[in-house]
Design a protein around this ligand. Structure first.
Ligand code: BJ8
Length: 426
């Protein structure tokens, strides 16, 4: 790995804290990912991306800015990458997946705030996220109360914070609000980048993002096979890298991986023995390096075959139909697509329940683990409806609540193992 110290210093990172963080992440990655057996060759690309996630990728962002492109960071799948690409910008997900500098975060936020929000604050205050420091615009969206209120504080900590308001109901007025908010976002992008969104640039953005989503959906479908050709951990990693990598290069790499997985499926090659218990994980998003629960599951004689999550199928399941020849018509198509995201902040939210059931059937899963982050009201409260609807259909469900710490790993393992054992007796 090259020496990026000067670049990190220019971004005003806390070099010492950042070094410690990279050390911990590197070790966790080795222990969790590189010890897996029979991984597809195509995962080498993603190993490389992860080894350079704070290095080469950040250099690319810095270089892109030198060439006059803007970098836009966000925490939510409601922020359309298509619009960012339409001003030739770069879209990146921001660090929010590890327990980092909570003591700082808790000086601004209540202790009983979900780990994802605390992590975002910890990374900003502890100066350890090079992505946020390389951004020209940071976008926050009014989804859950925790994000909405904490963004009022975050907006004072970063320059050029832009809020996108979101509807809470899937109504006509909700759709109008979303369109209005996306128009404001376009205005902001144009103002900061000095470039205009045109029908042509928007069509190009839509095509790039559709291709990227198509590639991960192709990967999702290949996981139907038994034996499964890729582990849930590796598939999650691909879905996590989705938010960081250059979109065209990412699409290419996922498609190459899928070619290899297709061969594996045709030849009956898998990463776990045929008949291994298959689970869908549903719930809160798992940002890098939140690998605790998948790791526990896949070291407990089961495999994950799908993620009903924003880092997974909830975030990628629909494409934008690029119909129309004006910016306004194309924006309608974008609104149509994003309005289908069934985040638990919506009420009521029946399509999420239908989607989980459809995934279970399609992927021939034996059960569902509902993953809730502690203090996340939308997902934890909705987990009641999820469990009820699945159990009505005879699909075993385990609800867990956890955070980013390792203290409960033993207890979680015991519960997850018991659940998998119970599936064996059904
Ligand atoms: S579209 S899921 S990415 S908001 S875990 S911060 S909900 S208290 S992350 Fe999300 Fe967008 Fe919805 Fe997807 Fe709040 Fe819950 Fe914390 Fe959460």
């Amino acid at each position: 790995m090259s020496d990026y110290t000067q670049m990190w210093a220019n971004l005003e990172l806390d070099l010492q804290a950042h070094d410690v963080l990279l050390g911990v992440l590197g070790n966790a990655y080795k222990d969790i990912f590189l010890t897996q057996k029979n991984r597809p060759q195509g995962m080498q690309y993603f190993d490389f991306v992860m080894s350079e996630v704070h290095g080469l990728r950040i250099k690319e962002l810095v270089d892109a800015r030198k060439e006059g492109r803007i970098v836009v960071g966000s925490y939510c799948v409601f922020v359309p990458e298509e619009l960012i690409l339409a001003v030739n910008g770069v879209s990146v997900g921001l660090c929010a997946g590890a327990e980092f500098y909570y003591e700082g975060a808790e000086t601004l936020l209540p202790r009983n705030t979900c780990a994802l929000i605390k992590s975002a604050f910890g990374f900003k205050l502890g100066k350890a996220c090079p992505y946020i420091e390389a951004c020209d615009i940071v976008v926050g969206e009014n989804t859950c109360d925790g994000k909405k209120k904490s963004y009022e504080i975050l907006s004072d900590l970063v320059k050029n914070f832009h809020t996108i308001d979101l509807p809470q109901m899937k109504s006509d007025s909700g759709k109008k609000l979303l369109k209005e908010e996306y128009k404001q976002f376009i205005k902001k992008l144009e103002e900061v980048s000095g470039k205009k969104v045109t029908a042509e640039s928007l069509k190009k953005g839509i095509a790039i993002v559709n291709a990227k989503r198509n590639a991960v959906l192709r990967l999702a479908k290949l996981r139907k096979a038994d034996p499964v050709p890729i582990s849930g951990l590796d598939a999650l990693l691909v879905n996590q890298v989705f938010f960081y990598d250059d979109p065209v290069r990412f699409t290419d790499s996922v498609n190459k991986l899928c070619d290899e997985l297709e061969d594996r499926v045709n030849n009956g090659i898998g990463v776990f023995p045929q008949g291994t218990k298959r689970l869908v994980v549903s719930g809160c998003p798992m940002a890098v390096p939140n690998w605790k629960v998948p790791w526990i599951i896949e070291t407990s004689a089961a495999t994950i075959v799908g993620e009903e999550s924003c880092v997974g199928e909830r975030g990628t399941q629909c494409l934008t139909e690029a119909k129309g020849n004006t910016v306004d018509e194309l924006l309608d198509a974008i609104v149509e697509r994003y309005f289908q995201i069934d985040c638990a902040i919506f009420t009521p939210n029946p399509t999420r329940l239908e989607h989980i059931q459809a995934m279970v059937k399609e992927l021939k899963a034996d059960g569902v683990i509902h993953y809730g982050l502690q203090f996340c009201q939308p997902y934890i409260i909705e987990s009641h409806n999820v469990e009820e609807s699945l159990e009505k259909d005879g699909i075993p469900t385990l609800r867990i609540e956890t955070d980013y710490g390792q203290e409960d790993a033993g207890q979680l393992k015991t519960r997850i193992e018991a659940f998998i054992e119970m599936l064996g007796h059904k």
